[in-house]
Design a protein around this ligand. Sequence first.
Ligand code: B12
Ligand code: SF4
Length: 494
Amino acid sequence: MKVLLINPEFPDTYWSFRHALPFEGKRCAFPPLGLLTVSALLPDSWERQLVDLNVRKLTTADIDWADMVFATAMLVQKDSLKEVVKRCKARGKRVVLGGPYVTTTIEDLPDADHIFLGEAETTLPQFIDDLARGEAKRSYKAIERPPLAATPLAHFHLADMKRYSAMSVQYSRGCPFSCEFCDIIEIYGRVPRTKSNQQMLAEFDALLALGWRGTVFIVDDNFIGNKKNVRQLLPELADWQKRHGYPFSLLTESSVNLADDESLLADMRDAGFRRVFLGIETPVAESLKEAQKSQNRGDLLESVQKIQSYGMEVMAGFIVGFDNDPVDIFERQIDFIRKSAIPLAMVGLLNALPDTQLWKRLEREGRLLGEASGNNTVCTFNFKTRMDPALLIQGYQTIMRTIYSPREYYERALASMKRTAQQFTEPTHYNVVNGVASLTRVFVRLGVIDRERKEFWRFFTKTLFKHRTRIAESLRLAAMGYHFRKLSDAYSES
Ligand code: B12
Ligand code: SF4
């Protein structure tokens, strides 16, 4: 059996990092871990190939090679997924689909042969048995969410590593909180399940053996969802990093209450966590209450600063469009982002995702307008907002233009570096040749061609004086700022 694993294309959004990746000579931020895991659940004797459309094109020869096609998708990838299914069906292939889009959509599914709803650790082996008996079903859904002990070591070797700027591993699934807009708790549950320490170390070993150096994204919904287990894992990760000379710079996602736990913060710092993505959402207490985000209590600016003081750059998600948003929400978001020194602030418009508590409430209130695009940075709403939608969109664009104007952005980047004193030099995947190439690309594009070159040189000079050991990090931040500015400009013009 020959299986072609396909990851459809992402649209050009803030999250695609598309304008930042070329500086590093990369095509995509992260490999599709879902498909790499699915591959490891298939029989060893089957042949497999991965085609990530964010890295290269899908050719007819690829499709013709395969007996069966396995594709994944998030909501934002649905147009590309439909195209993939159409092409593969036209060549007479058996098509199998899974992942968050098919699991949560309310629309008609693409015309595939088999659909996997939810996690596949128990259902895929069942499918393989059914297939051998000629009795494979159209749809598979696990009765219970599987323990992560059942998750095999992902087939990292299928990914063309040199095309990605980071590698992904997963420690836990699910989150104990109950934010109204969140679909994580509907898809992956409210009882966080974790892998064992041995499983995690085996994944680190595998990435190291494949030659990976640099950023590793622990893609958990909330890394500290199961604090008891995380506390046991972190010292082992720290020990592993030390034994191997700190080859990985870790990034993860966490709830804001991480700031309340200094021993956990110290353990994360020692294990090599350099960036953490927080769901801050809004500085407005009434909107946080509406979103049932009780864990974001207290002084959020202080919480951010506490985390930064442990050497971790804070990235964060922000949302506008809550019913309780006051008219000055836009200025308040800008002010918060400015004071918090969060360079990469992912601001989005509230979207109601299928099956969430928010979706159900809006349905009851007769305010739903249809399925969301899944991209919360395009200026559309899938529900009737309390504030005039035109005002919301205008205000949203003002936030993006302001926070990603070069002067504002570089100030935050410098303030963030100042607040995140480092114990070790950050590992990167650069060698002398690609390091020099990346540096040249940044200097030419941002320091010569770009109309905002004066701001770049101001930023770079300050970095040279104040953060000389962190040049690579400052160039990464500059490239990311450029990406966000490019997209803000494009969205404002459209
Ligand atoms: C890493 C990640 C990313 C990475 C991308 C990584 C990549 N290349 O795939 C980045 C940061 C780029 C990203 C971006 C976005 N993401 Co994202 N992301 C994640 C995250 C945290 C982990 C994904 C992962 O690797 N999981 C680990 C694997 C093992 O799990 P899995 O993919 O679910 O796979 C399992 C099953 O689903 C199943 N399966 C999956 N595929 C297939 C295929 C077949 C054939 C079969 C049989 C089974 C199967 O088997 C696997 C094993 O059980 C998830 C949350 C999560 N818990 O998964 C969100 C998540 C997938 N992202 C989400 C969203 C909304 C986004 C954004 C739109 C964010 C935004 N608001 O703008 C953007 C879109 C990208 C873009 N460019 O526009 C949503 C998707 C919701 C939906 N219904 O579609 C999720 C669920 C999180 C959330 N609720 O917000 N994301
Ligand atoms: S903390 Fe994050 S993952 Fe957990 S429920 Fe809230 S939004 Fe979802």
